[in-house]
Write a protein that binds this ligand. Structure first.
Ligand code: UT7
Length: 330
């Protein structure tokens, strides 16, 4: 018993910010950004565009792709660090917008950039204890540029906004054998300080003093995060492959969280994968946090880049620190 992805969708905002645009905003260069990160451009949400505004079209596309009507959805889980409101959840806001029936389970969850694979695993587990749960929407969405300090060249060149969604269907028999095969999730709170937004929560509410110090924005020790990211994702991928009895040569696509091309290539190399098997779209979107794997999945599915029965290995890493890997059979 488990779940299978039966439809995908994504959405990215209309406005595109290129590296050349950033050259006019901070002391940086297109050359530095491309060689250090692989990023060329990113999408930026409009001022009034919320997480649920971006998630909505992504969900509609996933519903259409899977032939699912909103009243079949029994659960919405939204992975985000940029909810519409402190409460109610963005999932409840989306439930109303999508006209998903009252009674559905709706929640947001926060595991930073690892949020989407955490959310997949939660639904995959919940179908086992909720027999009436047949189909769920799993969403990764971020308006991460609202947490971006546009005066800090160390971070402002890295991030972009967007949303991705999948419809997960409960599979109570083997059917075509597709679905989530194995998953490994982890966190280590000893590393909270190396990637965080200090202010804006209960520990440090927003005050003028706090905002003058720009503590409402992302701060990151890039090199330390880089080092941890590669080791953690490689470890998690090896664990799920071992658990499933699958070798890396059987993987059609490694779909890593899209933070930095060099991180992605290092992970691929350490898993003995060739570049034909490592999916990279960071050049066009930057780091969209919890949305990145969901956007990548939609591009792979819509682009006809995966055949039924092929293995996809998703892996993510983010603030917390959180990380993990999920092996899927398409
Ligand atoms: O999604 C959550 C997970 N996040 C990540 O995975 C991000 C992980 N880290 C990274 O991707 C990389 O560490 C960065 C892309 C953030 C930075 O790359 P780096 O190769 O680690 O550069 P660095 O931080 O060591 O900085 C090298 C130099 C510094 O100058 P000095 O001290 O050598 O003179 C920086 O000040 O590059 C400078 N620098 C820049 N120069 C031009 C930093 N940012 C920029 C910039 N443009 N935007």
């Amino acid at each position: 018993m488990g779940t299978k992805i039966i439809g995908t969708g994504c959405y990215t905002p209309e406005r595109v910010l290129t590296n050349h645009d950033l050259e006019k905003m901070v002391d940086t260069s297109d050359e530095w950004i491309r060689t250090r990160t692989g990023i060329e451009e990113r999408h930026i949400a409009a001022d009034g565009e919320s997480a649920s505004d971006m998630a909505y079209p992504a969900c509609i596309r996933a519903l259409e792709a899977s032939g699912t009507s909103p009243d079949e959805i029994g659960m919405i889980i939204v992975a985000t660090v940029c909810p519409d409101y402190p409460f109610p959840s963005t999932a409840c806001v989306l439930q109303r917008k999508l006209k998903v029936s009252p009674g559905a389970i709706c929640l947001d969850m926060q595991a930073a950039c690892s949020g989407f694979i955490y959310a997949l695993d939660i639904v995959n587990s919940m179908v086992k204890t909720h027999p009436s749960l047949k189909k769920a929407l799993v969403v990764g969405v971020e308006k991460i540029t609202m947490l971006t300090d546009w005066e800090d060249r160390n971070t402002c060149v890295l991030f972009g906004d967007g949303a991705g969604a999948v419809v997960l269907e409960a599979r109570r028999d083997s059917q075509d054998g597709g679905g989530i095969v194995a998953s490994k999730l982890s966190a280590d709170g000893n590393f909270t300080d190396i990637l965080m937004v200090k202010a804006g929560g209960s520990a440090m509410p927003l005050t003028k003093e706090v905002m003058d110090q720009r503590l409402q924005y992302i701060r990151m020790e890039g090199q330390e995060v880089f080092k941890q990211a590669v080791n953690a994702m490689v470890g998690a991928c090896k664990e799920v492959l071992q658990e499933a009895g699958v070798t890396s040569s059987e993987i059609r696509w490694l779909i890593p969280h899209q933070a930095n091309r060099r991180i992605i290539e290092a992970v691929g190399k350490r898993l003995n994968l060739t570049e034909e098997n490592v999916f990279i779209n960071v050049s066009r979107y930057g780091n969209t946090s919890a949305a990145s794997i969901a956007i990548a999945l939609d591009e792979i599915a819509r682009g006809g880049k995966v055949e039924r029965g092929e293995y996809l290995l998703l892996t993510a890493f983010g603030a917390g620190l959180t990380w993990g890997a999920t092996l899927l059979r398409w």
